[in-house]
Design a protein around this ligand. Structure first.
Ligand code: PGA
Length: 264
């Protein structure tokens, strides 16, 4: 039976400048020295991916380099876009797709998100698909239906051989950057339902092996109780990832939470 290694990602969004980004990466690398039981990734702004790759590459750190988005297209006349293959060339191994800011601020729909997932997987990247409901959808009792629809549409056409390169991030839109966090029980409930949808889409074994991260105002003070839930396999961290000490404390909270070995 597969076990799930916890995963903690730092989504820097459109923050940092070159030097502050480099020094943040250096602090994270230093703080992760010897951490082997959590997979850690940082997602710098695309402009800084190569310099940050340089910081990560100078050490034997196992920190993964991530990108916050990728194009749905392999190459061509798409001004301003960056393809999954170009990211892979720069050392990126994991890409966030369908983050709520891209869905709700930039206006990406499930069809585009699905094409991005397939583009990322096609280039050998691990794809972290983000799903989650807005506040009005939560209040209308639609959380599980929204998550299910975003999963089904976002993962259309993903083959069984690609499932091991999938990570899901459940990020309730109302919790992102707001200081409000889902209760561990509410988050666990959503995660368990998400795992059920994945089992239906792929298989029970595949679903048991996919990491499902929680995102939305995760902080050192609430990380441990969230990560203690049986279907929460780590977190996607925004604001708190910009402070190395906070990010490292959250990584620490994910140590030793490996799950899934007992069955399912
Ligand atoms: P937050 O962002 O931790 O600042 O709420 C999470 C995210 O958007 O991934």
């Amino acid at each position: 039976m597969s076990t799930r290694t916890p995963f903690v990602g730092g989504n820097w969004k459109m923050n940092t400048r070159l030097e502050s980004g480099r020094s943040l990466a250096r602090e994270v690398v230093a703080g992760c020295d010897g951490v082997a039981d959590v997979e850690v990734a940082i997602f710098p702004p695309v402009a800084y991916i190569l310099p940050i790759a340089g910081v990560l590459g100078k050490t034997d750190s196992r920190i993964l380099l991530g990108a916050q988005d990728c194009s749905s297209e392999p190459d061509g006349a798409f001004t301003g876009e960056v393809s999954a293959g170009q990211l892979a060339d720069c050392g990126v191994s994991v890409v966030i797709i369908g983050h709520s800011e891209r869905r709700h601020v930039i206006g990406e729909d499930d069809d585009l998100i699905n094409r991005k997932v397939r583009a990322g997987l096609g280039e050998g990247l691990t794809c972290m698909l983000c799903v989650g409901e807005t506040l009005s959808q939560r209040e209308a009792g639609e959380t599980d239906a929204i998550n299910e629809a975003q999963l089904r549409r976002g993962l259309e056409g993903v083959g069984p051989g690609e499932v091991e390169r999938l990570i899901i991030a459940y990020e309730p839109v109302w919790a992102i950057g707001t200081g409000r966090t889902a209760t561990p029980e509410d988050a666990q409930d959503a995660h368990a339902k998400i795992r059920g949808v994945l089992a239906d889409l792929f298989s029970g074994d595949a679903a048991a092996a996919i990491r499902i991260l929680y995102g939305g105002s995760v902080k050192p003070s609430n990380a441990a109780e969230l990560f203690a839930q049986p279907d929460i396999d780590g977190g996607l961290i925004g604001g708190a990832s910009l402070n190395a000490q906070d990010f490292l404390a959250i990584i620490d909270a994910a140590r030793g939470i490996k799950k899934g070995g007992g069955g399912a």
